[in-house]
Ligand binder design. Structure first.
Ligand code: ATP
Ligand code: MG
Length: 243
């Protein structure tokens, strides 16, 4: 039992969840390591949504609202931490949801699909094909899902696949606490925030943005500004860490 008044309650609850889902075969050991890297960067940005990240979250909502065919790509860590949040975002953004895994097995796809469906997510199904410009199974995706999307939200994506999606002309929105990662730098738009804080902000903005504001955000954003906003925040915290 984690006491709710613990100063790092949310983080500890997330850690407990991810460990439990690793035991159930939803999250891989590699996924646990990736989560730890995220925790470290979250510490550096102060375990809160920065102003710059909030603007990135609004911009992500605008991109999803303006998309013809938005798709949310879900991996094991995302399903374990945020199945409910994905369900709410799917509804507001009218997006398709595809389970797409780095460490892919049919058994894991089934488990993650079940977990998402229990949370109310409508999951795309079908025969995955090698449609992305990548070697081996990492090229697999659904023709009616990620392959046909014009805008893809990829929480916690790997750098290579993020670049591959961009090279296909898609608008790629990443959620990644590490502003230095290849994913963060390759994406069209990067939200440098923790997944479970970021998704509700994106969902909320899907409801509150006017069409005018959405169009303005879509046509004026610059990902380098969001990345440098995150780096400045980290720098500031490091400089004043012992004050
Ligand atoms: P690159 O993008 O440079 O190729 P990578 O994809 O190999 O790096 P991983 O460690 O596999 O790096 O990816 C995990 C990424 O996801 C890390 O950058 C980590 O900061 C981020 N991350 C992990 N958990 C969360 C979370 N809950 N919310 C947001 N970001 C997270
Ligand atoms: Mg990455």
């Amino acid at each position: 039992m984690i006491p709710p008044d613990h100063p790092r309650y949310r983080s500890l609850v997330a850690r407990e969840r991810i460990a439990r889902y690793a035991g159930e075969g939803v999250v891989t050991f590699e996924g646990l390591a990736a989560h730890g890297r995220g925790e470290a960067f979250d510490y550096l940005i102060g375990e809160r949504t920065t102003e710059s990240a909030l603007l990135a979250e609004k911009t992500a909502a605008a991109l999803l609202l303006c998309a013809r065919r938005p798709v949310i790509s879900v991996n094991g860590n995302t399903a374990a931490l945020a199945a409910d949040e994905v369900a709410r975002l799917q509804e507001r953004a009218r997006a398709r949801v595809e389970v797409n895994l780095f460490h892919r097995s049919e058994e894991r796809i089934r488990r993650i699909t079940r977990l998402l469906e229990e949370a109310g997510v409508a999951v795309e199904k079908g025969e995955a094909e090698r449609l992305l410009p990548l070697s081996h199974d990492r090229a697999l995706c659904l023709r009616q899902g990620i392959y046909s999307a014009d805008t893809v939200l990829v929480p916690l994506e790997d750098g290579d696949r993020c670049s591959a999606l961009c090279s296909m002309g898609k608008t790629v929105i990443a959620i990644d606490l590490n502003p230095l990662s290849r994913t963060a730098r390759a994406a069209s738009l990067t939200i440098v925030d923790e997944l479970t804080r970021a998704l509700p902000h994106v969902t909320g903005a899907c409801t509150s943005l006017s069409q005018e504001e959405a169009l303005r955000l879509c046509s004026s954003y610059d990902n380098r500004k969001f990345l440098s906003g995150a780096l400045e925040e980290i720098q500031k915290r490091l400089t004043h860490a012992l004050d």
